[in-house]
Every structure is written in structure tokens, then in C-alpha cells.
Design a protein around this ligand. Structure first.
Ligand code: FES
Length: 126
């Protein structure tokens, strides 16, 4: 029996880098998945996340890059995510320790990303 081809285990180009604005998130769709491309201020590379905030599933592509932290901020309630998709800030959290202790459970989905020449690629392994 031949192994089945799994579309989600291959690399795909998602955008020419020159089309991306490093100052704002860009929505794209890959294999029916809504994704967001963004560039952390601390990084030379773009990142690709599922375009879905783990809080209430709002599109992260409607958010912005926070001026101070350089992280991706959801426009709905201001949660912030670092380049690995880990939640770093919840404005409503009365005790910031709750965020730091539960970061792993509050993260968004970051996809593998690579840049070859002027093309940004991603792999949809979830
Ligand atoms: S939906 Fe993103 S912070 Fe609430």
C-alpha cells in the first residue's frame, strides 16, 4: 500500500517578502487555513501563526505590532504574543504572575517558517 500524500506536511510559499509590511500583520490563506504573517521587532525574520487568538478566536491579523514590546497584539482585548506564539501580556490580568506561570497554555499556534531568497514559506504541520 502506497503512503498517502499529506498536503499539510510540505512547504509552501506564502508570500514574496517584498509584499510584506514589517509594521503590520498580513493575513494569508494556505490550504484553507487562515494565517497571519508578522515580524517581531526583535527578529530579522517574519513569523507565521494561525490567524486565531487563543482567547476568543479573533483574527490576529486585525491586531498590530506593539510599539514597546515588538510583539503581536490582538486588537480585541490586547493579549500579546511573542515570536514563538507564547502569550506575554494580558492587560486584564490582575496578577501578571498568572500570565507568566501559564504561558504555555495561553499560546497561539506558530507554524514553521523559512525564507529562501525573497520568498517566505511555511509548513502547515499543526
Ligand atoms: S480575542 Fe484576542 S485578546 Fe481577546
Amino acid at each position: 500500500m502506497e503512503p498517502q500524500f499529506n498536503f499539510f506536511q510540505h512547504w509552501y510559499p506564502v508570500s514574496p517578502v517584498e509584499d510584506l509590511d514589517p509594521n503590520q500583520p498580513t493575513p494569508v490563506t494556505l490550504l484553507g487555513l487562515r494565517l497571519v504573517i508578522w515580524k517581531p521587532k526583535s527578529s530579522a525574520d517574519f513569523r507565521v501563526f494561525l490567524d486565531q487568538c487563543p482567547h476568543r478566536l479573533a483574527p490576529l491579523s486585525e491586531g498590530r505590532i506593539d510599539e514597546n514590546t515588538g510583539n503581536l497584539m490582538c486588537s480585541y482585548h490586547g493579549w500579546q504574543f511573542d515570536e514563538q506564539g507564547i502569550c506575554t501580556h494580558i492587560p486584564q490580568a490582575e496578577n501578571p504572575e498568572l500570565v507568566s506561570k501559564n504561558q504555555e497554555n495561553l499560546c497561539t499556534v506558530a507554524l514553521p517558517t523559512r525564507q529562501q531568497q525573497d520568498l517566505l514559506g511555511s509548513n502547515a504541520i499543526l
